[in-house]
Design a protein. Structure first.
Length: 183
């Protein structure tokens, strides 16, 4: 609808479709549960072009089916596995923008020549794992792992629930005598 120079506005009670050029209301729908219902019979015949669907657009079907490869689309057509999929040959060599971006490889970061950490507990790597399928004897299902980047010393703290994470970490900082710049 937006490609046909229309403005679509959704509100909690209704949906309006307005032509940007003329300012005419094309559609007005009322919300019913999670769907907006529109009476199409009230439209003029020439306004129905914005509601027409292109069934033979290869790129459109590629996007509708989760950016499926064209060879997969050909297999789906040959075995008639998708209802409504047109029986055309999918041999277009164009790649959509999303697929092209997904295949781009990012350059790796430059290696640092010097170590920026000068003392223990200057930088900590913290990881929260869980919940585990089996609880410990004390009823703990989460594991908080803290690794010191300078010495590679590792602390393992066990938690009963996720919300204990922050409190346990503050207790850890108090025990080590380290003041954090964030707290």
């Amino acid at each position: 609808m937006c490609d046909k120079d229309n403005l679509v506005v959704f509100s909690p009670k209704q949906c309006l479709v307005v032509n940007i050029n003329t300012g005419d209301f094309l559609l007005k729908g009322k919300q019913h549960k999670n769907v907006y219902k529109v009476c199409i019979s009230s439209l003029r015949q020439n306004n129905l072009t914005c509601l027409s669907a292109l069934n033979d657009d290869v790129v459109l079907w590629h996007k509708r089916l989760g950016h499926a490869s064209l060879s997969l689309l050909n297999k789906l057509v040959s075995k008639d596995l998708v209802v409504g999929l047109p029986s055309i040959k999918y041999n277009d060599d164009k790649v959509c923008d999303a697929c092209a971006r997904g295949k781009q490889v990012r350059k790796s970061f430059k290696l640092k020549n010097c170590v920026s950490i000068t003392q223990p507990l200057e930088m900590l790597d913290v990881d929260l794992c869980g919940p585990t399928r089996i609880t410990s004897r004390c009823g703990k299902r989460y594991v908080l792992v803290i690794v010191d980047d300078y010495s590679r010393f590792t602390w393992t703290l066990f938690l009963a629930s996720k919300d204990e994470n922050f409190k346990k970490f503050l207790t850890f900082l108090k025990r080590t005598g380290k003041k954090s710049r964030f707290f």
